[in-house]
Write a protein that binds this ligand. Structure first.
Ligand code: C2G
Length: 449
């Protein structure tokens, strides 16, 4: 009996998949099909998969070609499977020619011609209306956004808005290949040409730009801080709801797979009950940078508070008893360093932010049985440990991570727009509002508003 094996994601099952399986089966007597897990796909850079694994397995099963279905969840598994199941032929589509030649030492490798003009990517593009996205602000982060947006399925960055023409000119030099139009005067005109907006302008402008976009029926992905008051934040989420559009606060770490895994570990009971969360986010910005020289809206807390507060609110919730701030200010009166202390009934938390102070960007979650530590930069959560009283016992996690993290945030935004991920559990409206409530305490105490 000749045993054949093939692997794939089989997302949005199509004729190309069907024909591949049909020919794979014809190569022998017994066909094994490996279907990838979401986790494995994410690790190999496929972050746009739509169908859940059970549906993808069901679709393969329904072809009637597979005698056995296995789940592929890690690199190196192909060799294991080939040996375990005594496979004679490994086959895959011709888009992979060369990649799997190394399997020749274990069995025969056959590349089958790929069916032309059909792919999951194409179906996603055809089925989904391409989201036309406009960016507000053309600074550093906008540049990063454009670069990462290339990995998004069926989304195009089509325009940018910035009332400061010099900034637009500067930006054009770097990104003219990608952007079609620039608007420096009429925000409503800019909104008319897009479906969604990414707001990456200065802090104090976020609320107004977001509100006008929501009122115009546009989806909004807004950099932190979303707003300066809880009431404004609530108003924005209510507007998004009543206009049936998505509003998401761009706190990147919340959408990174490693951070989600860290939360799962924390919530699994492994480190017992949580008693302390400490998160730090610092950067030494140039003295003449906006972040340091804007006497009103500059400073460490307004820049990084959202990042450092996010894990605290995610882990300990919004039901705290008190919050206090302590800052070291510069000559302009903005904070170079701010520590936020939050007291809960049975836990406490510290968020440290620095704009002219450098410290270890770590996240430590302390529990009654052990602690989780994600070393710098914790917000990308590429590595973290669980440690215990017994220092010889360490559980090390190294979740897969690609790019600079923004692509996960963009992908979540698109998923929500298309209704594939509606729960928004990664950062809920309630959590985002709770972060704004603490920001409000800060800006009120310092007389910023
Ligand atoms: N395929 C094809 N014709 C198409 C599209 C896909 O023959 N028009 C083939 C692919 O070459 C692959 C199979 O269908 O053999 C499944 O395709 P995907 O779901 O895209 O999976 P892929 O990323 O190719 O997974 O471990 C996973 C494997 O390495 C390949």
């Amino acid at each position: 009996m000749t045993k054949v094996i093939t692997y794939g994601t089989y997302d949005l099952f199509h004729e190309g998949h069907y024909r591949l399986l049909e020919r794979a089966k014809a190569l022998g007597d017994y066909l094994i099909v490996g279907v990838t897990t979401e986790h494995f796909d994410e690790a190999r850079g496929k972050i746009n998969v739509v169908d859940p694994i059970m549906k993808r397995i069901e679709n393969v099963k329904n072809t009637g070609f597979a005698d056995m279905i296995v789940v592929e969840d890690h690199e190196g598994q192909k060799i294991e499977d080939i040996q375990k199941y005594g496979v004679d032929i490994f086959t895959v589509g011709s888009d992979w020619v060369g990649t799997f030649d190394y399997l020749n030492s274990f069995c025969k490798v056959v590349y089958l011609d790929r069916t032309p003009n059909i792919s999951s990517t194409k179906i996603r593009k055809d089925n989904y209306q391409v989201i036309r996205l406009g960016m507000v602000g053309t600074g550093r982060i906008a540049k990063r956004f454009v670069a990462e947006a290339r990995y998004a399925s069926a989304m195009e960055v089509v325009s940018a808005y910035n009332p400061f023409e010099e900034s637009v000119e500067e930006f054009k030099k770097d990104c003219h290949d990608f952007l079609l139009s620039y608007e420096t005067k009429d925000y409503e005109k800019f909104l008319a040409g897009i479906d969604a907006v990414y707001i990456a302008s200065t802090h104090e402008t976020h609320y107004d730009y977001a509100k006008r976009a929501l009122l115009a029926g546009k989806h909004v992905l807004c950099e932190k801080p979303l707003a300066f008051t809880k009431a404004e934040s609530e108003e924005l989420y209510a507007l998004a709801k009543s206009h049936h559009v998505v509003l998401m606060e761009g706190i990147k770490a919340a959408y990174c797979p490693g951070f989600q895994q860290l939360l799962n570990v924390v919530q699994s009971g492994k480190i017992g009950e949580i008693r302390d969360v400490e998160a730090c986010f610092t950067r030494i910005a140039a003295e003449d940078s906006r972040e340091r020289s804007d006497a009103k809206y500059g400073g460490a807390f307004l820049e990084f508070g959202g990042n450092a507060l996010m894990p605290i609110i995610k882990i300990l919730g919004a039901d705290y008893e008190s919050v206090s701030f302590d800052s070291i200010d510069n000559a302009l009166g903005t904070d170079d360093y701010t520590k936020v202390q939050i007291r809960y009934k049975n836990a406490m938390a510290t968020a440290k932010t620095g704009m002219a102070v450098k410290s270890e960007g770590q996240l430590v979650v302390a529990g009654t049985k052990g602690y989780v530590i994600a070393q710098s930069p914790w917000w990308l959560t590429q590595k973290f440990d669980v440690r215990y009283e017994d220092e010889t016992k360490i559980d090390h996690y190294e979740p897969h991570f690609i790019g600079d993290g923004l692509r996960y945030e963009i992908n979540e935004f698109l998923g929500k727009i298309r209704g594939n991920s509606t729960s928004g559990y990664k950062l809920t409206a309630g959590e985002s509002i709770a972060i704004t409530a603490i920001t409000e305490e800060f800006v009120r105490r310092r007389g910023i508003i």
